[in-house]
Design a protein around this ligand. Structure first.
Ligand SMILES: [Zn+2]
Ligand SMILES: [Zn+2]
Length: 215
């Protein structure tokens, strides 16, 4: 189902009010929407919500859709803030735009890349998807910072998270590039790893900025 961005935002507000804060319905006035707003008609037209005396109630299909929508929103927040390092208001805004592109399986790919996070950067729960359950069963840890690997562990570099171009250049010169294999040979007192045939030592702060997919 492809809903308008506005309709998805209403579903998110409903999810927060009803599922997380325990209300029975969402008061449209509170989020600045009018009953005759096309987005409300759209939701009612798809039989996702019921409107009674100016209040919005979930129908079961709407609750499912709301859950999926809030999941995409919070995954998008993690992408903006953790991977792209766009924080604060700008990160919120970008996440709001990006979430609408995350349907049809893209959310599964993103969730896997982010290591099936359970909370958004604001600490709100991300409803788990089938991918999260499967990963847990397989003991699959997805992408983690190098600091969460043990010595002897091998991985593939997924991405580097740093705003500092000097650090980025330093890592690139070592061959720390997405797609390359990395073998951690020592995790204390500093991190020593092999990329190709070369071995390098870095401190914890830098190791925290290298994200690897464990193999
Ligand atoms: Zn959040
Ligand atoms: Zn997942």
């Amino acid at each position: 189902m492809r809903l308008s961005d506005k309709a998805e935002e209403i579903l998110e507000s409903m999810w927060i009010a009803i599922e997380e804060e325990g209300a029975a319905f969402l008061d449209l006035d509170l989020i600045g929407f009018a009953l005759d707003d096309p987005a409300c008609r759209e939701l009612a037209g798809h039989a996702l919500v019921e409107v009674r005396q100016g209040m919005l109630y979930f129908r079961p299909e709407g609750r499912e859709e709301g859950r999926a929508t809030i999941r995409r929103h919070r995954l998008a927040e993690r992408l903006m803030m953790d991977v792209f390092n766009i924080k604060g208001e700008e990160g919120d805004l970008k996440a709001c735009e990006f979430e609408h592109l995350l349907n049809e399986g893209v959310d599964v790919k993103l969730c896997t890349m982010l290591n099936h996070p359970t909370t958004c950067p604001h600490g709100k729960p991300i409803p788990p998807g089938d991918c999260c359950q499967q990963a847990r069963q397989n003991g699959d840890l997805g992408v983690v910072p190098l600091t969460e690997c043990k010595s002897g562990q091998q991985g593939e570099i997924a991405y580097i998270q740093t705003e500092d171009s000097k650090k980025m250049q330093k890592l690139m010169a070592m061959g720390v590039l997405p797609g390359n294999r990395i073998l951690l040979t020592q995790a204390f007192p500093s991190y020593i790893f092999k990329v190709g045939f070369s071995e390098f030592a870095i401190d914890t702060a830098l190791a925290r900025e290298i994200f690897v997919r464990k193999l």
